[in-house]
Design a protein around this ligand. Structure first.
Ligand code: F6P
Length: 367
């Protein structure tokens, strides 16, 4: 009997349960080898503290439609304390694991990669984040569910915005990359979209808002990413240009993984108050915040999560450790984690950014 561990790390995303379910069920029906799955509670903290639960097909069969993760999650960086790595490796061996499926964003995958490279842990990575900014994969699961949630919210907000003939500034998640903001902005017919990848000035936004009025529209919808680069307001842009890419400004607070820590609503409020001053139009700001991570996974994310889970189980069966599963075009593939991980990437190249072509297309409707 071979034992395989599964964990979910970082911010949750709709579709995590779909991956867990697919890994457990695929390994249970494997004909050539016998597998048993265990789950670690709260991500890497569960491996470090040896907190586990048994995962059997009966337990996971009905979780496909549920958001969040039945395993719990945390932002635990084992590499912050050398003892934590030791404990995690010890537990892995004591449990006699023959594989470990780590489902998470670039932080979680980076730890999986180091544990595989330096400690011989048989890790397989599955990329997740609503932000869709993980290198190597066209889409992470969770992204489309977040876009659905945010689009629905903006449709609802448009109603009250129109009644009051106001400007509504809506903040979406995305501290490094503007995928959710740009896709949601396009889907909801926004009058301006501001993302980290394309720096703008507050005057550009004000000009578009005035333009709406000239067109005879009494309201305007502005969608901004929480990490948007907007000159002329406080907070100052957190992402600054570096060569061909971007890097996080030195002057910001970071978490244990080096991610920028943002205050929800900060940028929406700053933009709203400045727009009101510049245009004379009554303006409100709102952050959609964690609503974007909540709710049930969309059908797309249930299917993508299922495909990722099946492919991860396949990698375990065939011993393709140190690999992660990715979506490339229509195909789900397994690729080496080396090369996808920030280890050899400058900060500018660490994230998958929105392509210019998407932003150019979106600008047809404002700019
Ligand atoms: O998981 C990514 C993300 O949702 C970012 O978009 C956001 O900035 C961050 O997580 C929020 O993290 P937390 O849930 O720890 O506040």
């Amino acid at each position: 009997m071979k034992k395989v561990g599964i964990l979910t790390g970082g911010g949750d995303a709709p579709g995590l349960n779909a991956v867990i379910r697919a890994v457990v069920i695929r390994l249970a029906v494997e004909k050539q080898q016998d597998f048993q799955c265990i789950g670690f509670i709260d991500g890497w903290a569960g491996l470090r503290d040896n907190k586990t639960i048994k995962l059997e097909p009966g337990k996971v069969d009905s979780i496909l439609h549920e958001g969040g993760t039945i395993l719990g999650t945390s932002r635990t960086n084992l590499y912050k304390k050398p003892d934590d790595v030791k404990k995690a490796v010890q537990n892995y061996h004591q449990l006699e694991l023959d594989g470990l499926v780590a489902i998470g964003g670039d932080d979680t995958l980076e730890i999986a990669y180091y544990l595989h490279r330096d400690e011989g842990i048989k890790a397989v990575g599955v990329p997740k984040t609503i932000d869709n900014d993980v290198m190597g994969t066209d889409f992470t699961f969770g992204f489309w569910s977040a876009v659905e949630q945010a689009t629905q919210a903006i449709d609802d907000l448009r109603v009250t915005t129109m009644s009051h003939r106001r400007v509504m500034v809506i903040e979406c998640m995305g501290r490094h990359a503007g995928w959710i903001t740009a896709y949601t902005g396009l889907a909801s017919g926004a009058d301006f979209i501001a993302v980290p990848e394309r720096p703008v000035h507050i005057n550009d936004i004000a000009r578009e808002v005035r333009h709406c009025r000239e067109l005879g529209k009494a309201h305007a919808i502005v969608v901004v990413a929480e990490g948007a680069s907007i000159g002329g307001i406080e907070p100052k842009p957190r992402v600054v240009k570096e060569g061909e890419g971007w890097k996080l400004s030195d002057k910001i607070e970071r978490d244990s993984f080096g991610n920028v820590v943002l205050k929800p609503g900060e940028i929406a409020e700053a933009v709203a108050s400045e727009i009101e001053k510049l245009t004379g139009m009554e303006t409100r700001g709102i952050a959609l915040g964690h609503l974007q991570r909540g709710g049930a996974p969309s059908a797309y994310d249930r299917i993508l999560g299922t495909r990722y889970g099946l492919q991860a189980a396949e990698a375990v069966v065939h011993g393709h450790f140190g690999h992660m599963v990715v979506l490339q075009g229509l195909r789900v593939e397994t690729v080496p984690m080396k090369g996808m991980i920030r280890e050899q990437q400058s900060e500018a190249k660490r994230y998958k950014y929105l392509p210019d072509s998407f932003l150019d297309m979106a600008e047809v409707f404002y700019g």
